[in-house]
Design a protein around this ligand. Structure first.
Ligand code: KET
Length: 406
């Protein structure tokens, strides 16, 4: 009966995690998926999130409304846009609690495809693999805009953020797009490259988005891991200030360690409060027909963190500690690699931001790391820096130096 069903080739990230789990070698190191591990190699629960979830406790949870918990939605709007954002006060922002960042992407994609059926999606080259998958699943044609400049690896730059982007080509591409096409942008900690736009570059990109009347879809899954919470949200806030038809998909998977609780949200800026209500209505309809309502435990935990001034401040500091540990690991990699191969410039390891480093490893080098050293990195050469710690950093840095020397 099911012989005609196509076999699933597997996902480049999740399948590799499965292969890793089955690897019997005791010294194996997982640097594939974007999960934050602490210096002990454990997935930590921030103390603020632990306190918040303890306050919530384990009890019967009634169904949340289709659009999610009202307090969570309010807090999410304030976290993303700033507490006193006039668009929030004017009720021009539709906010929905979603199943993680992925759920927000899909909900936004479904909405745009339903009401702007000719709109295409444009993603950066490269991007998180599932961006393409989620939007194609919603019926989109997906194209890529120039972004990462591999040729800049190994070259010294003065400005951290001016590094690594084919900026002129990117702008020229965006300038050629038709009205209402969707541009998927990473406000901070670009996945997989770790190469972000500078403030000036954002201003230029958003100016083009405004002129061409494009729809900016901002996917923020690493808020607080790049710089500060406020500066990581710069592109979203600037787009809102410019009154662009912003979609922002947000995830608490990484910065609250709420991976399995599926906690995130979608924000959509509308020209008027009435239109925001229309958008929200359609989103409720989509949710009702797909999964009815979001899970309560994660949303309420996040709400308990964000709505308590002390816990919220503590949480942001805990994310900054994670950010700083990642930075220290970057520095350590750089130090070991530079000491072993002083003729090469490995400063891109410290320039890149967020959880990932786009290492420049070839597929053959990635496979050698896996086969010979039991170190798991994506085939694209993306390495999760957040999986490094004081116990494995020397092993990884030396293995990298060995395969780079090939
Ligand atoms: N957006 C980006 C940019 C992203 O990296 C992820 C997850 C998500 C959205 C999904 O967020 P969630 O809240 O889990 O639905 N990325 C990591 C995990 C994964 O692939 O699922 C990763 O790139 O490893």
């Amino acid at each position: 009966m099911y012989q005609h069903v196509e076999a699933y080739a597997g996902d480049p990230i999740l399948s590799l995690v499965e292969t890793f789990k089955q690897d019997p070698r005791p010294n194996k190191i997982n640097l594939s998926i974007g999960i934050y591990f602490d210096n002990e190699g454990k997935m930590p629960l921030p103390e603020s999130v632990r306190v918040a979830s303890e306050r919530l406790g384990i009890k019967t949870q009634a169904y949340l409304p289709m659009e999610g918990h009202a307090g969570f939605r309010e807090q999410l709007g304030q976290l993303m846009l700033g507490a006193d954002n006039p668009a929030l006060q004017a009720k021009r922002v539709a906010v929905v609690q979603t199943l993680g960042g992925s759920g927000a992407l899909r909900l936004g994609a479904d909405f745009i495809h339903r009401w702007f059926p000719n709109a295409k999606l444009h993603v950066s080259d490269p991007t998180w693999d599932n961006h393409r998958g989620i939007f194609m699943g919603a019926g989109f044609t997906v194209q890529t805009y120039p972004y990462y400049d591999a040729a800049t690896i190994g070259v010294k730059f003065d400005e951290m953020c001016a590094y690594g982007v084919k900026f002129d080509e990117m702008c020229a591409y965006l300038q050629g797009l038709p009205e209402n096409d969707v541009v998927l942008l990473h406000p901070c900690c670009h996945n997989p490259t770790g190469v972000d736009l500078s403030v000036e570059q954002w201003d230029t990109v958003l100016k083009i988005v405004a002129e061409r009347k494009l729809i900016p879809f901002m996917d923020i899954a690493y808020m607080g891991f790049g710089d500060t919470f406020d500066s990581d949200a710069y592109a979203i806030r600037r787009a809102v200030d410019l009154n662009l038809p912003v979609f922002a998909s947000c995830s608490f998977s990484k910065n609250m360690s709420l991976y399995g609780q599926r906690t995130g949200g979608l924000l959509v800026l509308a020209p008027t409060a009435d239109e925001a209500e229309l958008i929200l209505g359609q989103m409720k309809l989509t949710v009702r027909r797909m999964y009815s309502s979001p899970p309560a435990q994660g949303g309420l935990t996040a709400y308990n963190v964000l709505s308590d001034a002390d816990l919220s401040a503590q949480w942001q500091n805990e994310v900054y500690e994670m950010r700083d540990r990642i930075r220290a690991m970057r520095q350590k990699l750089y130090d070991v690699l530079s000491a072993r191969q002083p003729e090469k410039d490995y400063s891109y390891f410290i320039r890149q931001r967020g959880m990932f480093s786009y290492t420049g490893l070839s597929v053959a080098q990635v496979h050698r790391l896996r086969d010979e050293f039991a170190i798991y990195v994506l085939d694209t050469g993306r390495l999760c820096i957040a999986g490094l710690n004081d116990s494995n950093i020397d092993t990884v840095a030396n293995a990298l130096a060995t395969v780079f020397a090939e």
